[in-house]
Design a protein around this ligand. Structure first.
Ligand code: NDP
Length: 475
C-alpha cells in the first residue's frame, strides 16, 4: 500500500501542492505549518563545507591482511587473515564543493577502518610528503591556496610567495608540479599515511611505521591540456569514474605495504624521521607487504555517508599509535575540532562514523544526542555502580623525550634539497619537461622577485632544474 506523506512529527499531509491561503489569490496563512517546515528544512540542507578537502568522493570496501606482521603490531585489524570493512574518501584540497575534479592539486586519501577495537582512521594523501613540517604555518599556507580576500580569485602570487619563503615546501611542490599533479582518476592514485606513526607488538615494543597503498590500476595522469579538455566537458570526472566503475563491479584495488624503523634507528637516522617533508628511502627502509584493499560498494546516500563522514588521525586502535611528528600532533586536535563545528557535537554517533563496537564514554548530553542508552547511576567515573572503567593493559610503552622547551627554527640544519634531487633524478626527460612547463604556467602573473627567489631553490636541487624552468618561462 502506498504510504501517506507526513510532517516530521508524523502527522498526515492532505495536500503537498497547494499552500493554505485566505481566498484563491492569497495571502498565505501563517498556520500552513507544512510550508514553513519545508522552507525551514531547505534552508538547513547544507552543513559548512570542509575548509580544506571540500570536494570529495567516497566508497566502502574491505582491507584484507595477507601477510604476518605480528612481530610489529598486536592490532587486530593488521593480523593475517583479518578482513575489515572500510570507508575511503578521496578529495581535492583547495577547491570548494563545486570545484572541478581534474585540477592540479594534492588528492586526499582518507580511510576509516571499522575494526573490532574501534575505528582506525588513516587520513592521508596521494603524496608521501607535505608542504610544511610545522603546523604553526598551516592556516597561512591554506590562505595561499584559497581565494584572495578582495578579488575573490585564486592567486599564483600568494602560492609562490609562500613556497619561495618556505623552502621545506620544495619536495611537495615538485611532486605537485610533476606529471602526478593531475591524476586521471581516483582509482589511479597511490595513498600514503604520510605521517610517521607507531606500531606496538604483544611484547609492548614500539616500531615507527609509514603506511603505503599502491594502486593496482597503475598511476595514470593528465597533462594540463588534457585536464582542460576534461573539465570543459565534465567537472565531476573523478566522482563519475569512481561511482561508475564500482556500479559496474570493476572494483579498484590497492596493495597495502609498510616501512618499519626501529626506535634506535630513528635516533641515528641522517634525517628527522618525524619530518612530514621527508620520505624514508626505500633502499634503507624496504617495503613490507601487508595486504590488499578493495573498494566494492558505493554510498547509498552521498550526504549522509560522504559529506558527513568525519575522519581523524586521533582515531587509533591498540597496536597502532602516534609519533612526535609535529604536523600529526596538530591534526590530532584540529580534525575532531573541525567535525564538532561542521557536523555537530555527536558527529561520531552518525551511522557512517559510528564504530561497530560498543561506545562507553561519560560524555553527557549535548545537541542532537539521540543515543537511547539505558540511564544508570554510573553517569560519572570513577563510580561504585559498575560503570565502564579504564584498563591498564592498553598502556603504551613510555617514550623518552629530551630537550629544552623552545621554538626551534625548523629550517636550520635541515636539508630541504637532497630528497628533491633524488626525485628529480628519477624523472624521465619527458617528465622533467612537464615539470618545467607546469611550473612556468603556474607562475603566470607572479612578480619577478618571487620567481627569482624560487629559482634559487630549484638551483640548489640541480642547475638542470632551475635552467629548465627558466627556459619554460622564456617560451
Ligand atoms: P625509489 O626509487 O625506491 O622510489 C621512488 C618512488 O618514487 C617510487 O615509489 C615511485 O612510485 C615514486 N615516484 C616516481 N615518480 C614520481 C613522481 N613524479 N612523484 C612522486 N613520486 C614519484 O627511491 P627512494 O625511496 O629513495 O625515493 C626517491 C624519491 O622518490 C624521494 O625523494 C621521493 O621524492 C620519491 N618517493 C619516495 C617514496 C618513499 O616512500 N621512499 C614514495 C613516493 C615517492 P611508483 O612506485 O608508483 O612508480
Amino acid at each position: 500500500m502506498k504510504k501517506t506523506m507526513t510532517t516530521t512529527a508524523g502527522n498526515p499531509i492532505s495536500d503537498n501542492q497547494n499552500s493554505m491561503t485566505a481566498g484563491d489569490r492569497g495571502p498565505i496563512l501563517m498556520q500552513d505549518y507544512q510550508l514553513i517546515e519545508k522552507l525551514a528544512h531547505q534552508n538547513r540542507e547544507r552543513i559548512p563545507e570542509r575548509v580544506v578537502h571540500a570536494k570529495g568522493s567516497g566508497a566502502f570496501g574491505e582491507l584484507e591482511i595477507t601477510h604476518d606482521i605480528s612481530a610489529f603490531t598486536k592490532a587486530k585489524v593488521l593480523q593475517k587473515g583479518e578482513k575489515t570493512r572500510l570507508l575511503l574518501r578521496f578529495s581535492t584540497v583547495a577547491g570548494e564543493m563545486g570545484a572541478a575534479d581534474a585540477e592540479r592539486d594534492v588528492r586526499g586519501f582518507a580511510l576509516k577502518f571499522y575494526t573490532k577495537e574501534g575505528n582506525w582512521d588513516l587520513v592521508g594523501n596521494n603524496t608521501p610528503v607535505f608542504f610544511i613540517r610545522d603546523p604553526q604555518k598551516f592556516p597561512d599556507f591554506i590562505h595561499t591556496q584559497k581565494r584572495h580576500p578582495q578579488s575573490n580569485l585564486r592567486s599564483n602570487t600568494a602560492a609562490w610567495d609562500f613556497w619561495s619563503l618556505s623552502p621545506e615546501s620544495l619536495h611537495q611542490v615538485t611532486i605537485l608540479m610533476s606529471d602526478r599533479g593531475i591524476p586521471l582518476s581516483y582509482r589511479h592514485v597511490n595513498g600514503y599515511g604520510s605521517h610517521t606513526y607507531s606500531l606496538i607488538n604483544n611484547d609492548n615494543e614500539r616500531f615507527w611505521v609509514k603506511f603505503h597503498f599502491k594502486t593496482k590500476q597503475g598511476i595514470k595522469t593528465l597533462t594540463n591540456e588534457e585536464a582542460a579538455k576534461v573539465i570543459a566537458n565534465d567537472r565531476e570526472s573523478n566522482q563519475r569514474d569512481l561511482f561508475e566503475n564500482i556500479e559496474n563491479k570493476n572494483y579498484p584495488q590497492w596493495d597495502f605495504q609498510i616501512q618499519i624503523m626501529s626506535e634506535e634507528d630513528a635516533n641515528q637516522a641522517s634525517f628527522n624521521p618525524f619530518d612530514l617533508t621527508k620520505v624514508w628511502p626505500h633502499s634503507d627502509y624496504p617495503m613490507i607487504d601487508v595486504g590488499v584493499m578493495t573498494l566494492n560498494e558505493n554510498p547509498k546516500n552521498y550526504f549522509n555517508e560522504i559529506e558527513q563522514s568525519s575522519f581523524s588521525p586521533s582515531n587509533i586502535v591498540p597496536g597502532i599509535s602516534f609519533s612526535p611528528d609535529k604536523m600529526l600532533q596538530a591534526r590530532i586536535l584540529s580534525y575532531p575540532d573541525a567535525h564538532r563545528y561542521r557536523v555537530g557535537t555527536h558527529y561520531e554517533s552518525l551511522p557512517v562514523n559510528r564504530p561497530i563496537v560498543d561506545v562507553n564514554t561519560y560524555h553527557a548530553a549535548g545537541s542532537m544526542n539521540y543515543e537511547e542508552k539505558e540511564v544508570t547511576n554510573a553517569y560519572y567515573e570513577p563510580n561504585s555502580f559498575d560503570g565502564a572503567s579504564q584498563d591498564a593493559s592498553y598502556s603504551e610503552p613510555s617514550l623518552e623525550i629530551t630537550g629544552n622547551a623552545n621554538r626551534y627554527d625548523h629550517n636550520v640544519n635541515n636539508d630541504n634539497y637532497s630528497q628533491v634531487k633524488d626525485l628529480f633524478n628519477l624523472m624521465s626527460d619527458y617528465q622533467k619537461e612537464q615539470l618545467f612547463n607546469n611550473i612556468a604556467e603556474s607562475m603566470g602573473g607572479v612578480p619577478n622577485e618571487i620567481i627569482q627567489r624560487q629559482l634559487a631553490h630549484f638551483e640548489k636541487v640541480s642547475p638542470d632544474y632551475s635552467n629548465g624552468v627558466k627556459k619554460a618561462l622564456d617560451k
